[in-house]
Design a binder for this molecule. Structure first.
Ligand code: BT5
Length: 263
């Protein structure tokens, strides 16, 4: 990968500028500082390797060289998008899912709120962060990491959930830049529909574990409620709806987004 190949492959997409790094700490960190320095909407940071790739809540995201896709897209939300900040993580997940659907292999699914699974194993994760000026969101950074080859998959003892890669079957080859283009294309297409009915339905359709009993390990659960239930779907705000054994429906909001002030 290099910057000119990436730019050529992304021709026609609303991406004014690309920064590429063979190795970087985190593409989200680079995107946040580039956004603060004036990067315009659609600017993109891509790296072959991350030495301090980040997941949510301070967790680590491993990006081994030559084996994965790691990129961060800078968006400046318009007035309507300001109100829909909570949907940007789903926007990233939906875009990755749709891009993978265009390639041979098992059907991708979204492990709510933001993991992409193939055969119930995590192949990609999304980290959405924002910087604010006063009450307004200045920029939204959608960071996406996708495991392409088996070398991208961290050892099992470093994982909270089983992981895999998109080239999981022997002999299967995925062109990283084809996938990058497909993800960004889907992301820009869905962005304009956020979060209309079509968007929510497309997201819900792809939810993993629908109809199954699941346990939620998140602080966002209302106090005193049990953390398990049958996964029913999503409500209008994108919260997960579970049916408890008593029949009661409970809603779980994601709310894991990291916020950063602009200096
Ligand atoms: C995520 O967090 O899944 C969000 C990952 C976002 C990574 C992208 S890469 C480009 C951009 N720049 C960044 O610095 N980050 C973004 P979370 O749901 O918190 O999951 C983190 C957990 O996933 C870790 O605690 C590990 O258990 C597991 N994990 C780490 N690396 C993995 C990998 N390569 N494949 C599968 N699982 C991984």
């Amino acid at each position: 990968m290099n910057v000119s190949t990436i730019v050529t492959r992304l021709t026609g997409l609303p991406i004014p500028q690309v920064r590429y790094f063979d190795s970087i700490s985190s593409t989200n960190d680079e995107a946040l500082s580039w956004a603060a320095a004036g990067a315009s909407d659609g600017c993109l940071v891509v790296a072959d390797q991350q030495t301090r790739g980040r997941g949510r809540l301070g967790r680590r995201w491993i990006t081994n060289p030559g084996a994965a896709l790691a990129f961060s897209l800078i968006l400046h939300p318009g007035p309507v998008e300001q109100e829909r900040f909570g949907f940007f993580s789903a926007l990233g997940a939906l875009a990755v899912c749709q891009a993978l659907e265009g390639m041979p292999g098992p059907r991708p699914q979204i492990k709510w709120p933001n993991d992409i699974l193939l055969d119930r194993k995590k192949v990609a994760g999304i980290l959405v962060e924002a910087s604010w000026t006063g009450e307004k969101i200045h920029s939204i950074i959608i960071g996406i990491g996708i495991n392409i080859t088996p070398q991208a998959v961290p050892p099992a003892d470093e994982l909270l959930f089983p992981a895999a890669c998109v080239e999981q079957s022997p002999g299967k080859k995925i062109d990283r830049l084809d996938l990058l283009r497909a993800v960004l294309q889907a992301l820009f297409a869905w962005r304009s529909l956020l979060p209309g009915d079509g968007f929510r339905e497309a997201w819900e359709e792809r939810l993993a574990f629908k109809g199954e009993w699941v346990r939620i390990e998140q602080a966002a659960i209302p106090a005193g409620k049990e953390l398990s239930g049958q996964l029913i779907g999503l409500d209008d705000s994108g919260s997960l709806v579970l049916r408890r054994s008593s029949g009661e429906l409970i809603r779980v909001a994601a709310g894991d987004l990291h916020l950063r002030p602009i200096e």
